[in-house]
Design a protein around this ligand. Structure first.
Ligand code: UDP
Length: 482
């Protein structure tokens, strides 16, 4: 397994933002957590350090936890490609869809377990008595039984789920069920996402959060938004060569480089053109092609807006085997548009070789968007939704999964009741593109909603309560962990 270095961030920077009452609560929580953990290491294991919401969130949360003096550490699985084809199948199944339609039988189970075995060995060798281990998502669930005799506390957090159970969710949970028995607690983003086999008293609901100071969300001076987009090759314009800086997660400052290869289709967006944006991994459940279809013929006729579909450069996300195919499908769909359509739709695959720069580019894209869309077919909890809401962007998103907890329909965004209703999605886009007052009002309420519900202080306090409620595995008296 690979260790992901996370530089500590001092929680103090939240102080002014959240006000004295919330700040006092956080301080009390931190004290209690430190006393409760009493020197135990809080380990996290996930399948990737970059790309996707889990990596995004762990990076921030662990940085804050480390900033409190708690020893939080992050390990990433080392598994071969075929393992991720099986886990992507599991991911799709838990979202209630067939995915590639392949089996999740005994053969897949053997391969899954064989790929995890060396990781389990590695993990066991690192743990000290009493440590707390949180494993993230289906990729890591198979590690749980390996930890049972290690004298540690084991949590499993699932970041995905489906509002309704069906044969696919049943198949996914049946695969995972044997591993989950020995987890002390299971953390999910919504109550309905709880694994059916896990008793309710072991399930804890904690919704994700975003960091307002990270490169993804930090304020960007006005001129730098445009400058960033021009330099990234996403928007046309003269590059004035002034330096554009962004905060790095290690506390240093980065500088935006010049990119030429980000646009996969449609070239850069013409200067001063309003655009509708969806940012996502190239995952079928995000329905990037559906956003394109909804825009063309519905939203494009009503306003002079363009559409930007942006995701990671596909070689940059190692645990997502679907990425290349989905991007290719989008390119093909774009090629089938008429010339007017092709001129208004832009596909961007953003460089991932520098994750902080990538985050800054996404930040600029979200800030400059007229409307942000998240037309997912399923969504555990859409960080992209919270990110855009924090930037006061008017949002249109599917009424699925965690998005229903994030957006209050008509108040802090507009919900699309049926995500397969492409004409309906296009009409909502047209409505917001032509009603500036409504767009501004939704954007302002969106930011307020994130301020109240989805910042790290709420998230950290929920963890403190979870750990306080759990009987932690004992530490040897006076012992230290490795
Ligand atoms: N993201 C990114 N660059 C990209 C595409 C996505 O940084 O090119 C980020 C996005 O901003 C968000 C995360 O990846 O922070 C996606 O999280 P979300 O919960 O929306 O979806 P997931 O990928 O976890 O299904």
């Amino acid at each position: 397994m690979r260790t992901v270095d996370v530089a500590p961030i001092n929680l103090d920077r939240l102080d002014h933002l959240i006000g004295p009452e919330r700040w006092a609560q956080v301080q009390r929580g931190v004290q209690a957590a430190r006393a409760g953990l009493d020197g135990r290491v809080f380990w996290h294991v996930s399948s990737t350090a970059t790309g996707g919401g889990v990596a995004e969130m762990l990076q921030i949360l662990l940085a804050y936890v480390r900033g409190t003096g708690i020893d939080a550490r992050w390990l990433v699985l080392d598994c071969p490609g075929p393992f991720f084809s099986i886990t992507k199948r599991l991911h799709n199944a838990l979202h209630g869809v067939p995915g590639d339609g392949g089996p999740l039988g005994e053969q897949e189970r053997s391969r899954y377990e064989a790929a995890l075995a060396p990781n389990a060995e590695d993990l066991r060798s690192r743990l000290g008595p009493g440590d707390v281990v949180q494993l993230h998502d289906p990729q890591t669930a198979g590690l749980i039984p390996h930890l049972a005799d290690r004298g540690v506390s084991v949590l499993w957090r699932s970041h995905i789920g489906c509002d309704k159970t069906n044969e696919h969710t049943a198949r996914g949970w049946a695969f995972l069920e044997p591993y989950l028995r020995e987890a002390q607690a299971v953390v999910v983003s919504r109550p309905v996402y709880a694994p059916p086999s896990v008793p309710r008293e072991r399930v804890v609901v904690i919704a994700p959060s975003i960091d307002p100071f990270a490169a993804k969300n930090a304020p960007i001076p006005n001129g730098d938004v445009q400058r960033t987009l021009v330099r990234a090759g996403v928007v046309e314009g003269m590059d004035d060569a002034l330096e554009v800086r962004f905060p790095r997660r290690d506390g240093s400052t980065g500088t935006v480089r010049r990119h030429t290869g980000a646009m996969v289709a449609g070239g850069p967006v013409p200067a001063d053109t309003p655009y509708v944006l969806q940012v996502s991994r190239w995952d079928r459940l995000k329905d990037m092609p559906g956003v394109m279809r909804a825009f063309i013929g519905n939203a494009d006729a009503r306003a002079a807006a363009h559409l930007v579909l942006a995701g990671p450069a596909v070689e940059g996300v190692s645990d997502d085997p679907e990425g290349v195919e989905v991007l290719q499908e989008c390119v093909q769909l774009w090629e089938e548009l008429d010339p007017a359509g092709r001129a208004r739709v832009h596909l961007a695959a953003l460089p991932m070789d520098d994750v902080d720069e990538n985050a800054h580019i996404v930040n600029a894209l979200q800030r400059a968007a007229a409307i942000v869309v998240q037309k997912s077919l399923q969504e555990g909890f859409g960080l992209t939704v919270t990110e855009a809401m924090w930037k006061s962007r008017p949002m249109i998103a599917s009424a699925v999964g965690g998005i229903q907890d994030q957006i209050e329909d008509g108040v802090s965004g507009l919900l699309l009741a049926d995500p397969s209703n492409l004409a309906g999605a296009g009409q909502l886009m047209a409505r917001l593109l032509t009603d500036d007052a409504l767009a501004a009002q939704l954007g302002a309420r969106a930011r307020e909603r994130v301020y109240q519900q989805f910042l790290p202080d709420r998230h950290l306090l929920q963890y403190e309560r979870l750990l306080a409620a759990m009987p932690l595995a004992p530490r040897p008296p006076g012992g230290t962990t490795t």
